[in-house]
Design a binder for this molecule. Structure first.
Ligand code: APR
Length: 429
């Protein structure tokens, strides 16, 4: 997008699909649409530098990688990411190796930091001819009434056929949905604990994820790069990061990770501290008229199982397919079925992530209760780690071995179908 505002009013832009938010959902959607010839405009309230260094998730499902690969969006991930097929559970002093790569029949997922994927997807968008408008928040969307949909930003008005809200749970697009789409009480859950999230220097790379289930609370260690690890520490719900000094964090980690041995490298400087408020919340519908929500804007899950980013890409893949059909065949039925297709998977994922979270968090007011819970957790973890039906089912879900994401049909000679599309047009009033 380019153009300048004039004294007469904001800059105007006409496109087919306006995407609000340049996280994984918005960027995957925009890339796939553009490559299929659908006109797209992306607005992102943060600067490019901010989104490219915002460290968050890091486990990318097998099916997501295959999808990105099919669209030519996975080159750096495949070159620089690492495949993972096992994790360790540390419970009641026992270290159990869960070889989920073997239990899933050889399918593994990838470790690749989300901000690097975001960086790559922005570069890929540039190659396809579009640069998102960074540092530009959408302030309002209009999807009701006749005429085109509209996204208002300071100094820019986008007119479009459809708006896709990829702006997370606190963005403006979820607020534009009617109240009957809000999460029902049973799908809006707040847990009695949070996770302190830390990025820490390490003396060597973390070889695999470690989930430590301890009566003092949960701790998790995740690989990121050869010098950096992501760590999680259970803390009471609502606790402020300021209460968690580096000394206290190190002390808690030492307590909870005792017995991990070589599974955890020596931890150095803590580079970043934040809190993940543990809640999950799923909207009843992800669509209202010409507004569609994808990723965290539609559903927030707890980080257990690392499914947030993967579901965001799966939403984007589904929506891209539906929009491409709409422009290729003029058929809107697939678009209308978006919620009906996505909601069951989101709910299933939410349930499995909640079950996994429960496994990692023995609760109980008294230490004796917690020790009893810990013994039960150890049994369940053993059952997972040993070859068998429970381990295999979990392994398939964890690596994302399920059905592939919809890849748009290709023309016989291998190029995508040409859309009967209007190119994005720009005009100033
Ligand atoms: N206008 C424009 N952009 C906005 C606005 C707005 N009003 N509000 C928010 N945004 C931007 C944010 O700055 C952010 O970059 O929307 C983007 C949303 O990106 P993500 O939060 O990464 O959401 P999503 O693409 O759905 O990916 C979600 O990634 O880290 C995982 O587990 C995490 O589940 C999460 C997943």
């Amino acid at each position: 997008m380019s153009g300048t505002s004039t004294a007469a009013g904001p800059r105007r832009l006409r496109t087919q699909v306006a995407v609000v938010g340049a996280g994984p959902a918005g960027l995957v959607l925009a890339n796939v649409l553009l490559r299929a010839g659908v006109g797209v405009a992306v607005v992102e309230r943060r600067s490019r530098a901010e989104v490219e260094r915002r460290a968050r998730a890091g486990l990318v499902e097998h099916r997501v990688v295959e999808y990105l690969r099919a669209h030519g969006l996975a080159d750096r991930l495949l070159a620089e990411g690492t495949r993972h097929g096992w994790c360790d559970f540390l419970c009641a002093g026992r270290l159990l190796r869960f070889d989920y790569g073997a239990q899933s029949g050889g399918i593994r997922h990838w470790v690749y930091p989300q901000q690097l994927l975001v960086r790559d997807l922005i570069a890929d968008l540039g190659t396809a001819g579009h640069t998102p408008e960074f540092g530009l928040p959408a302030t309002r969307v209009h999807v009701d009434g006749a005429g085109p949909a509209r996204v208002e930003c300071p100094g820019l008005d986008i007119e479009c056929d459809y708006v896709v809200g990829c702006d997370g749970p606190h963005g403006i697009t979820p607020q534009a949905l009617p109240p009957d789409t809000a999460p029902r009480a049973e799908l809006d859950e707040r847990y009695p604990y949070d996770w302190l999230t830390l990025l820490a220097e390490v003396d060597r790379g973390v070889p695999g994820v470690v989930y430590a289930v301890h009566e003092d609370g949960f701790a998790g260690v995740m690989p990121r790069t050869s010098r950096i690890a992501r760590l999680y520490l259970e803390i009471p719900a609502g606790d402020a990061t300021a209460r968690w000094t580096a000394a206290r964090v190190h002390e808690r980690l030492r307590t909870r990770l005792v017995g991990a041995g070589a599974a955890v490298p020596r931890l150095g400087r803590i580079m970043e501290t934040g809190v993940l408020r543990m809640r999950s919340s799923v909207r009843q519908r992800f669509q209202h008229g010409r507004l569609f929500l994808a990723g965290d804007a539609a559903h927030v899950l707890t980080p257990s199982g690392a499914k947030g980013m993967n579901l965001a890409v799966a939403d984007a893949a589904d929506l891209a397919d539906a929009l491409i059909r709409r422009y290729r065949d003029g058929d809107e039925t697939h678009l209308a079925g978006y919620t009906a297709r996505r909601l069951p998977e989101v709910l299933r994922t939410r349930d499995l992530a909640a079950g996994f979270l429960d496994l990692l968090h023995p609760q109980g007011e008294h230490p004796a209760d917690r020790r009893g819970e810990l013994a039960r957790r150890l049994e369940r973890l053993r059952e997972l780690a040993e070859p068998g039906a429970a381990g295999a089912a979990f392994a398939h879900w964890y690596v994302g071995a399920g059905p592939g994401l919809p890849v748009p049909r290709r023309a016989p000679h291998g190029t995508p179908h040409t859309m009967q599309s209007r190119e994005p047009r720009e005009s100033t009033p």
